[in-house]
Design a protein around this ligand. Structure first.
Ligand SMILES: [Zn+2]
Ligand SMILES: [Zn+2]
Length: 348
C-alpha cells in the first residue's frame, strides 16, 4: 500500500509498504480522508516529536475511513462501517482516565506517534483504541472529509469548555490559522456575540475576513491588539482571550486584553526552547483572572462536534480548503504550510 512515512528531519517519503492486518482485538480501516495537522508539519520539520515518536513512522492522525477487517471477538463493529478515529490511545486505568480525562492520561500513546498513522491506504487500529471508545461511527449525512476535521474541532471545543465560553461573550482569538478559525466557529455556536481575531500574517487575516466568522480582524503587526480589544468592549476587555498561536508575547498581551474576572486560554504550546515567559502576576491577582491551558480532547468532545456537523451548526466547508490524492502529497503539504490554506486533506 502507499503510505507517507517520516524517516528523519524534513524526510517524508511516499513508499509502497506491506498493508497491515487487523491487530488482535483491533480493526483494519481503509482510510478515506486524513487531514494535515499543524503538528504533522512541525514533526516533519523536526524529524520526530518529543511525545515519544519512533521512526520510521506513517504520519497522519485526523482520519476517517471504512472498516475492512474486524479481528475475532471484537463486538459492535462490522465490515463497511464508516468510522472516525481518535488520535489519543489512553490507558483507560490511570488516575485521569478513571475521571474521564483521557486526554490527560499518564500513559497515553497515539496514532502516528507510537502506532502507524493514516496517511496510508490502510491503518491498523489497536485493541486499546477500540476498547477506549476511540472508534466513532460517522452519521450517514457526514462525509469522510468532514469527519476528518472533527479532531481539531474537538480540541477547540475542549478548550472553550474549559474557558467557559457562553452567551453574549466577547471572545478575542490570537492566531487566524485553521485552529483560530475553528475557535471562532465554536465560539459562535456557544453563543459569543462578538469575535475579534488578531494575526500577524495579512494573508491569513484576509482569509479570516472573507469567510465572515469574525466581527473584527486586527493585524497585530501594524495595530495594537490590546487597544483594538478595548475599542470593541467599551474599555472593559474581552470575556475570553484565546491564544492559538505559538507566541509568548501574545500570551503576555492576553492578560491585558481580557476583562476583570475574564478567562485566558493558552491554547497553543510555545516552541520547546522558548516556552518561558515573564508576566506581571499582579495583573492576574488584581483582575481576578482565570488563566489556563488546553491539551488534546476526549471522545466525548469528538462526538459532540460530530453531532454539531450532522446538525449543520458548523459549516465545515469554510474550514476545508482542498483535498489531494496521496500521490500529490508534496503539493498538499506545501499548501498546508503556506499560510494560504485552512484544512488540507489527503485522500489515500
Ligand atoms: Zn491534529
Ligand atoms: Zn490513563
Amino acid at each position: 500500500m502507499l503510505a507517507l512515512r517520516l524517516h528523519g528531519k524534513s524526510d517524508l517519503r511516499l513508499e509502497d509498504i506491506p498493508s497491515p492486518s487487523a491487530p488482535k482485538g483491533g480493526l483494519l480501516v481503509k482510510v478515506r480522508a486524513c487531514a494535515i495537522c499543524g503538528s504533522d508539519l512541525r514533526n516533519i520539520k523536526a524529524g520526530g516529536s518529543s511525545h515519544g515518536m519512533t521512526l520510521p513512522r506513517v504520519l497522519g492522525h485526523e482520519a476517517a475511513g471504512e472498516i475492512v477487517e474486524v479481528s475475532d471477538g471484537v463486538e459492535g463493529f462490522n465490515m463497511g462501517d464508516r468510522v472516525l478515529l481518535s488520535v489519543t490511545v489512553p490507558c483507560g486505568k490511570c488516575y485521569y482516565c478513571l475521571r474521564g480525562l483521557t486526554n490527560l492520561c499518564d500513559h497515553k500513546t497515539a496514532l502516528s506517534y507510537q502506532y502507524d498513522g493514516s496517511f496510508a491506504e490502510y491503518v491498523a487500529v489497536p485493541e486499546q483504541l477500540v476498547r477506549t471508545g476511540g472508534v466513532i461511527p460517522i452519521p450517514e449525512s457526514v462525509s469522510f472529509e468532514q469527519a476528518s476535521i472533527v479532531e481539531p474541532l474537538s480540541c477547540v471545543l475542549n478548550g472553550q469548555e474549559l474557558s467557559n465560553t457562553g452567551l453574549n461573550d466577547v471572545v478575542a482569538i490570537v492566531g487566524a490559522g485553521p485552529v483560530g478559525i475553528a475557535h471562532a466557529m465554536i465560539a459562535r455556536v456557544l453563543g459569543a456575540s462578538k469575535i475579534i481575531m488578531a494575526e500577524i500574517s495579512q494573508e491569513r487575516l484576509e482569509m479570516a475576513g472573507k469567510i465572515k466568522v469574525v466581527d473584527r480582524v486586527v493585524n497585530s503587526g501594524k495595530e495594537d491588539f490590546v487597544k483594538a480589544v478595548m475599542e470593541e468592549t467599551r474599555g472593559h476587555g474581552a470575556d475570553v482571550v484565546i491564544v492559538a498561536a505559538p507566541s509568548g508575547e501574545a500570551q503576555v498581551q492576553a492578560l491585558s486584553a481580557v476583562r476583570k474576572r475574564g478567562r485566558v486560554n493558552f491554547f497553543g504550546g510555545l516552541p520547546k526552547d522558548r516556552s518561558t515567559i515573564t508576566i506581571d502576576s499582579n495583573i492576574i491577582h488584581y483582575k481576578e483572572l482565570f488563566v489556563h491551558g488546553t491539551s488534546d480532547s476526549t471522545v466525548v468532545h469528538m462526538k459532540k462536534v460530530l453531532s454539531l456537523i450532522e446538525n449543520k451548526k458548523i459549516d465545515t466547508g469554510l474550514l476545508i480548503t482542498r483535498t489531494f490524492p496521496i500521490t500529490q502529497y508534496k503539493e498538499a503539504f506545501d499548501l498546508a504550510s503556506s499560510g494560504r490554506a485552512l484544512k488540507v486533506i489527503i485522500n489515500p
